[in-house]
Design a binder for this molecule. Structure first.
Ligand SMILES: CC(C)(COP(=O)(O)OP(=O)(O)OC[C@H]1O[C@@H](n2cnc3c(N)ncnc32)[C@H](O)[C@@H]1OP(=O)(O)O)[C@@H](O)C(=O)NCCC(=O)NCCSC(=O)c1cc(O)c2ccccc2c1O
Length: 154
């Protein structure tokens, strides 16, 4: 939808609210939000080619066992999510630091554009073999800038 709160997010994933995601109070349980954020975030990282070094992905851009690791995440719950509905989860980068990438997350109704949840996450680029943080590789910065359609200051 054109006026969706997620219209400026380069990665948006759609999915239904599952019956089993509601808790005893009849709304989606807060913990589900972090899985929805994660689904959008993993999709974003697949798009920029930083999915390794786990067995789930290919370390195809950076080589050398470099991968992302989640340092922080948070959520603001704006409205309760009620069954039945279809949702969209968005992810975009807001900052590229020295060894970190800050992401914005949002979850909205797919059909009505209601914004349910906002949040953020900080991902650190890590050499997994030694658990050392490393500067965000240049090719990852370039991939983010290409996906976002803008440059990020250092
Ligand atoms: C994460 C750590 C490796 C950080 O190590 P260290 O403490 O040495 O780092 P610094 O303190 O120097 O910070 C480096 C860098 O990050 C920024 N930062 C760190 N913490 C925060 C924070 N709380 N808030 C904001 N920013 C933070 C800091 O400002 C620095 O930025 P620069 O740009 O200036 O360099 C270490 O702490 C660690 O190993 N922690 C444990 C991590 C962990 O176990 N996470 C949970 C498992 S990982 C995971 O679940 C996961 C989920 C996903 O959905 C992913 C999706 C996509 C990719 C990866 C995912 C993922 O790993």
């Amino acid at each position: 939808m054109p006026d969706s709160p997620l219209k400026d997010f380069p990665v948006v994933v759609a999915f239904p609210l599952h019956w089993g995601e509601m808790d005893a109070f009849g709304h989606a349980n807060n913990t589900r939000t972090f899985t929805w954020f994660e689904t959008a975030r993993i999709t974003y990282f697949a798009r920029i080619g930083l999915t390794g070094p786990s067995a789930a992905g290919n370390d195809r851009m950076t080589g050398g066992g470099i991968g992302p690791i989640l340092a922080a995440t948070n959520a603001d719950y704006l409205r309760p999510v009620l069954f039945p509905t279809r949702l969209v989860a968005g992810c975009r980068a807001t900052r590229i630091g020295t060894s970190s990438i800050t992401l914005e997350h949002a979850v909205a109704g797919e059909d009505d554009g209601v914004l349910y949840t906002r949040g953020s996450a900080v991902i650190v680029t890590l050499r997994y073999a030694t658990h050392e943080k490393i500067p965000v590789p240049a090719e990852i910065r370039e991939a983010i800038e290409a996906l976002e359609g803008r440059s990020f200051s250092a």
